[in-house]
Design a protein around this ligand. Sequence first.
Ligand code: ATR
Length: 283
Amino acid sequence: MVYGLIGDPIDHSMSPAIQNAAFRSTGIDAVYVPLHVRRQDLREAIQGLRALKLKGFNVTAPHKVHVLRYLDKIETSAAAIGSVNTVINENGKLSGFNTDGVGALKALGEAGASLDGKSVLIFGAGGASRAIAYALARHANSVRLVNRTNSKSKELAGRIRGKFHIEVTHAPLSSKLLRVFIEQANIIINASSMGTDGIANPPIEVDWLRPDQWVFDIVYKPTQTRLLELADSARARSITGLNMLVNQGACAFELWTGRKAPMLEMRHAVTQGLLAMEHAESS
Ligand code: ATR
């Protein structure tokens, strides 16, 4: 059986390492391949995947939103989010799901962070942020969205408020109120691409953070982002993007196979993969 991942770029994805390790360890006779698909080729690529009878595939940037129009069925919460990252092919019928939200919830749960009655601040308003904000809004007391482009966080805030009837506010990343927002939050999540370059500092000062707060960064490369460094300096509790990556991959594996995901092997594969990548980049 063949599974795959479509996206652009695709070279540095850890998903092939994670899913192939899971297939190997569960004895499932399957392979997972990265497939570079440009935006203008998405429709033909989906037709091709259907014709080639791939059993399922993951979808990454920039296709998570556009892919919806080429699928036959979309699971309710993925439809509400408007973003799909996992597709199942059942006899030529393609069904779309989103495992980012569940992956984030599981990563928080594993770390021991409870959401009940908590105030959550989320950076970003893109595909991943949408999925995470929807998943968290079911449990949290309030959600605050902070994004570089204010119109996008405003739109997302409106949608979540309409659906969950909880307190949802939004602000631009450049807001002078960011300090107050950070101080008022119990859980701070970076669900944006901020920090992927490993160089730029987030617009946060270390003394805005406290040890009773959770700081969760979905960026997994670098593993220790500038935001997580700040969290460590402030002795706040931190959760790395690796936990999210493994958990969203595990949810996809379980959707495809109906089997329990081998978490340890998947986690080991991603740790090894990242180490190898960092080694290759430094030599
Ligand atoms: P994904 O599917 O991974 O969520 P996306 O939908 O392209 O990807 O969303 C990327 C998010 O990261 C957006 O919220 C984006 O902000 P804009 O809405 O302003 O584009 C945010 N983002 C990307 N680069 C950023 C940076 N350097 N600093 C802060 N936010 C950034």
